[in-house]
Design a protein around this ligand. Structure first.
Ligand code: 15L
Length: 280
């Protein structure tokens, strides 16, 4: 596999997924520009440079993106937080990323999240799996910002021809730690191969791909993975005996977003499963 000819910018490089990608993609011989608001905690991988930058500062982002062929946007707040904390990095920051991409004619790979659709119920069987074109049902301000990011990608492709792949990442950790993650887990290996394909694929347009490994109990169905030629190789199944019994309260267990749905949840009584009411 040949490395991209132009450098690739990685935001959020000091975060859990950024560090994995920095290591994995530099091992493929990629020239990486790493950036984050906090220092890069590891030894710099071969072929990589690091510059501290704030997503809220448009000029800094535009400078970092100069000459890049792709921007891997993994920066911003990565969990549910109050709106004011999300606003700068996750909303304004996205605008800076897309403007920089537009200037450079670069492709954007956006770390979206299952929390953009977190208030969909978990499927009862294989037939109910959620497809990429389902309704957004964010489970908080974080998920709402991810939905906004996906829509920003839609708009920049339609209006400016900026290509983008939106990865609706499930749970990317060393291993699944509870029953939900048997459905949502994305191994670091599958994540790195996914991002690699997003960059090297010839044409992507505006694409949405579920970021989970080949988990038999996955919540998710159709997406645009064929467009980039990616298929996950790992599975959560070997971890089942270890974590299957680890569950939570009824709200958390009902929805795909798990514990995020319960944060500040204030509906008194959750409506019965599968009952359509005005509130649903
Ligand atoms: C995410 O989007 C978060 O970044 C991560 O920390 C996990 O909470 C993950 O979703 C998940 O849903 O497990």
């Amino acid at each position: 596999m040949t490395a991209p000819t132009k450098p690739v910018l990685l935001t959020g490089a000091s975060g859990n997924l950024g560090r994995q990608l920095a290591k994995g993609l530099s091992a493929l011989g990629w020239k990486l520009r790493l950036t984050d608001i906090t220092p890069f905690p590891d030894p710099l991988p071969d072929g990589a440079s690091f510059v501290k930058a704030d997503l809220g500062e448009g000029l800094a982002i535009v400078r970092q993106a100069e000459g890049c062929g792709a921007i891997l946007h993994f920066g911003g707040v990565s969990v549910e937080r109050p709106f004011e904390e999300i606003l700068g990095p996750n909303l304004r920051g996205l605008y800076h990323i897309y403007e920089a991409a537009r200037r450079e004619g670069a492709r954007v790979v956006f770390a979206s999240s299952n929390h953009a659709i977190g208030f969909h119920e978990r499927p009862q069987g294989n037939q109910d799996k959620l497809d990429f074109d389902c309704e957004f049902r964010p489970d908080g301000y974080y998920g709402l910002a991810k939905a906004y990011g996906e829509l920003m990608g839609r708009m920049y492709w339609d209006k400016h021809g900026v290509e983008n792949v939106n990865l609706r990442i499930g749970s990317s950790f060393p291993k699944p730690v509870d029953r939900r993650m048997l459905s949502t887990w994305l191994s670091f290996g599958d994540l790195t191969r996914l991002v690699e394909r997003c960059v090297v694929a010839e044409r992507v347009g505006h694409a949405v791909i579920w970021g989970s490994s080949a988990n038999p109990s996955s919540f998710w169905g159709r997406d645009h993975r064929e467009r980039i030629g990616w298929a996950p190789q790992d599975s959560s199944e070997p971890f089942r005996p270890e974590v299957e019994h680890i569950t939570a309260d009824p709200v958390t267990e009902r929805y795909q977003g798990g514990g995020y749905t319960l944060i500040e949840y204030s509906r008194s009584v959750p409506s019965p499963r599968n009952a359509f009411t005005l509130e649903d």
